[in-house]
Every structure is written in structure tokens, then in C-alpha cells.
Design a protein around this ligand. Structure first.
Ligand code: NDP
Ligand code: GDR
Length: 358
């Protein structure tokens, strides 16, 4: 039985990857941080299965800032594959905590690579690199493995170091280490402060009568949004290759934040009216079925990545990877899940009831 070690197992991708690897018959070890509240919500369901919890899935306390712990864990577990998904992953937050972001996202990656080198364990290493490396410079899209980097945030700069130190340890010490340069990927498990989930939660909260207003930042930013469940498969595929190489993973489509918002609200029959900054009016008008969305500079970033559009052709050609969920399907999946969770109703049932009222 192969053993995998995942940092960031409690996050969106970590939870999907753990499921995927368990399904493939792996023994999965995950690093979790000690927190004052429960932080294992995304993987609790796995522990409920008596065949998995503490038989095939094991959690270990640790932190990417703690080298001695990382060394000890790797020496003890001796994983066949390491997936470094742990990170301070919020771009806007990285402007507020740049040093911490560098410690975790940049030096944290070095700590694992150096632990591999020093302990001499035979393992393969996956680094969660990102489309934020590209910075969305005009004229560079669609972005591929050959596109020059130009990070626009402390997060992007930290991930740039992590990218290059991964390449460097591969070349210098012959470690099987790869970068997956993943474009934005989302799911019903997406963190609630990322824009897609903020929007789909707002859809559900508004129809449930728990929220009236929605404020967003840059509506014109373009992102290549895919489904996280599809993307974790690509991570695994990269580690099954003969030679370690870096790959872009994306859908090859790009959409604005505005389009995502309109599509998400359309799923529940709400039309949007866009307003400028400082709109004081009530957001959702139940009589007209219209929602006023305002732009709040609070959500702007000191520097912005305006345009991301990935070219996944190398991964499609060499890994045989292909995304299964398209943009529409992703929006619908997220709206459905949040409507169920927050409004406590199936989307279909809600829509039927709404049609009956009309
Ligand atoms: P999440 O924010 O959902 O998860 C981040 C994980 O990292 C959590 O498990 C978190 O633990 C853990 N973590 C944070 N800080 C530390 C630390 N100091 N030591 C150990 N663990 C830590 O991110 P995603 O799942 O969305 O992303 C996974 C990885 O992929 C990240 O590295 C991200 O930067 C990168 N990425 C993500 C993309 C996306 O669109 N989702 C695209 C490209 C790259 P806790 O639960 O305790 O907070
Ligand atoms: P991103 O994701 O920065 O691309 O990083 P996020 O969802 O935070 O932002 C996407 C775009 O939407 C704009 N935006 C807003 N963003 C947030 N969070 N909240 C808002 O209210 C809002 N309004 C508009 C942003 O300005 C931005 O342009 C994600 C993370 O998962 C990273 O870890 C990962 O590396 C990249 O995707 C690829």
C-alpha cells in the first residue's frame, strides 16, 4: 500500500485529494494545525467510515513553520508521495500578513524539500504552485508553462520562491519534485472568503431571507475557474510520470467576476443591477426580484491580477488530464450546495415553489 503525506489536508484541495487517494488504496497521512476550534470539517466524513478513520487515514499535528516537526514526521512516515498544499492561500490577506505568508508559503516549501534531502527518504514531491505567478500581464494570455512570471502580491511572490526552490532541489539533488501551476479551482468546499463562494453563499442567504445586500470588489477581474475535484486528479497524475515536470492545469476558458455573479443569481431567478460605490439602497427587492450589488473598495487589492486564462494543452497531451466540470456546471454545483446548506432546501424544489407563486 502506497503512503501519501498531505500538508493542508483540512483545506479545500486537501480534502478532495485525501478522498481521491484513499479511493486509490493509499494510506493517507495529513498534517493539521492545532486550533482552538475544530478545523477538520472538510474531512470529518472520512473518519466516520470505520474502514478508513485511523486505519487508512492518519492526522498529525504540525505546521509549515516548524522544521523539526516536519523532519520527524517524514522520517517516521516515510511517504512515497508528498503533496504540499498547506499555505496562507488568500491573496488579499497576504498584503496584511506578508511575512507570515512568506514563512508558510515560501520557506515552508523549502523546509519540506530540505527534510527530504536531509533524511534521504525516497519520495516524490508535489508543490501547489499557482496562476498567481503570472500576474496577468497584458499580451501573455493564454498562460502556459512558458509564460514569464510576474507576481503581483506577497502571496504570488512567496509562491514564486516555492516554485523555483522546487525546481532547484529537483535539479541539484535529483529529487522527484514537480510544480502543478493550477488556475483557480472552486467547489462547495471553497473557503468562504474567496469570491465564488462568497457569491454562492450570498445567493442562498438571500433566498433564505438571511441577507439583503452583496458588496464585491473588482468585477472586471477575469479568472479561469475549474472544479477542485478535477484538479486533484491532475496533482496525482503528475507524480505518476516517468520524469518530474511542471504542468499548467486550467480549463482554457475565462470569465469575469461579474459573469460569475450574474450566472449564480440566475440559478435562483434573481436579476442583478450593478451599482457604483457607496450605494445605500436596500440590496434585494422581493417585489421586483432584482438585487442591487454594490462595489466596495474595501475588497480592492493594492495590486491586482486582472486577467488569467490558462492553456492546459501540455497536461492534456502528456498526462491525459481533462476537466470534467465546465463553468456553468461549477456555478450550478456551488449554488445547489449552498442553497441546500443555508436555505435548507433543494434548488429544484425551491424553483418549483417559486414558479408556483408566480
Ligand atoms: P485552503 O486555504 O482551503 O487550505 C489551505 C490549507 O493550508 C489548510 O489546510 C490550512 O490549515 C493549511 N495551512 C495554512 N497555514 C498553514 C501552516 N502554517 N502550516 C500548515 N498548514 C497550514 O487552500 P486550497 O485548498 O484552496 O489550496 C491548496 C493549495 O493550493 C494552497 O497552497 C494554495 O495556495 C494553492 N492553490 C490553490 C488554488 C485554488 O484555486 N484553490 C489555485 C492554485 C494554487 P487550516 O485548515 O488549519 O487553516
Ligand atoms: P484569487 O481568488 O485572488 O484569484 O486567488 P479570489 O476568489 O480571492 O479573487 C478572485 C478575483 O475576484 C476579485 N474579487 C473579489 N475577491 C474576493 N475574495 N472577495 C470579493 O469580494 C471580491 N470582489 C472581487 C478579486 O479582486 C480577484 O480578482 C485564488 C486563491 O485560491 C489562491 O490561493 C490561488 O493561488 C489563486 O486563486 C489561483
Amino acid at each position: 500500500m502506497k503512503k501519501a503525506f498531505i500538508t493542508g489536508i483540512t483545506g479545500q484541495d486537501g480534502s478532495y485529494l485525501a478522498e481521491f487517494l484513499l479511493e486509490k488504496g493509499y494510506e493517507v497521512h495529513g498534517m493539521i494545525r492545532r486550533a482552538s476550534t475544530f478545523n477538520t470539517k472538510r474531512i470529518d466524513h472520512l473518519f466516520e467510515n470505520p474502514e478508513i478513520g485511523n486505519k487508512k487515514l492518519f492526522l498529525h499535528y504540525g505546521d509549515l513553520s516548524d522544521s523539526s516537526n516536519i523532519n520527524r514526521l517524514l522520517e517516521r512516515i516515510k511517504p512515497d508521495e508528498i503533496y504540499n498544499l498547506g499555505a496562507q492561500s488568500h491573496v488579499k490577506v497576504s498584503f496584511e500578513v506578508p511575512e507570515y505568508t512568506a514563512q508558510t508559503d515560501a520557506v515552508g516549501t523549502l523546509r519540506i524539500l530540505d527534510a527530504i534531502k536531509e533524511t534521504g527518504i525516497k519520495t516524490k514531491f508535489y508543490q501547489a504552485s499557482t496562476s498567481e505567478l503570472f500576474g496577468g500581464i497584458p499580451g501573455t494570455a493564454p498562460q502556459s508553462e512558458k509564460t514569464p512570471f510576474y507576481p503581483k502580491s506577497p502571496y504570488g511572490a512567496a509562491k514564486l520562491y516555492a516554485y523555483w526552490i522546487t525546481v532547484n532541489y529537483r535539479e541539484a539533488y535529483n529529487i522527484f519534485a514537480v510544480n502543478g501551476i493550477l488556475f483557480n479551482h472552486e467547489s462547495p468546499r471553497r473557503g468562504e472568503t474567496f469570491v465564488t463562494r462568497k457569491i454562492t453563499r450570498a445567493v442562498a442567504s438571500i433566498i433564505a431571507g438571511k441577507q439583503d445586500k452583496l458588496s464585491l470588489g473588482n468585477l472586471d477581474a477575469k479568472r479561469d475557474w475549474g472544479f477542485a475535484g478535477d484538479y486533484v486528479e491532475a496533482m496525482w497524475m503528475m507524480l505518476q510520470q516517468e520524469k518530474p515536470q511542471d504542468y499548467v492545469i486550467a480549463t482554457g476558458e475565462t470569465h469575469t467576476v461579474r459573469e460569475f455573479t450574474e450566472l449564480a443569481f440566475k440559478e435562483v431567478g434573481i436579476d442583478i443591477e450593478w451599482k457604483g460605490t457607496g450605494v445605500e439602497e436596500k440590496g434585494y427587492d422581493r417585489k421586483t426580484g432584482k438585487l442591487l450589488v454594490d462595489v466596495n473598495p474595501r475588497y480592492f487589492r493594492p495590486a491586482e491580477v486582472e486577467f488569467l486564462w490558462g492553456d492546459p494543452s501540455k497536461a492534456e497531451r502528456e498526462l491525459g488530464w481533462k476537466r470534467k466540470v465546465d463553468f456553468r456546471g461549477l456555478v450550478k454545483m456551488m449554488v445547489e450546495a449552498d442553497v441546500k446548506e443555508i436555505a435548507g432546501i433543494d434548488l429544484e424544489t425551491y424553483l418549483e415553489a417559486a414558479t408556483d407563486k408566480r
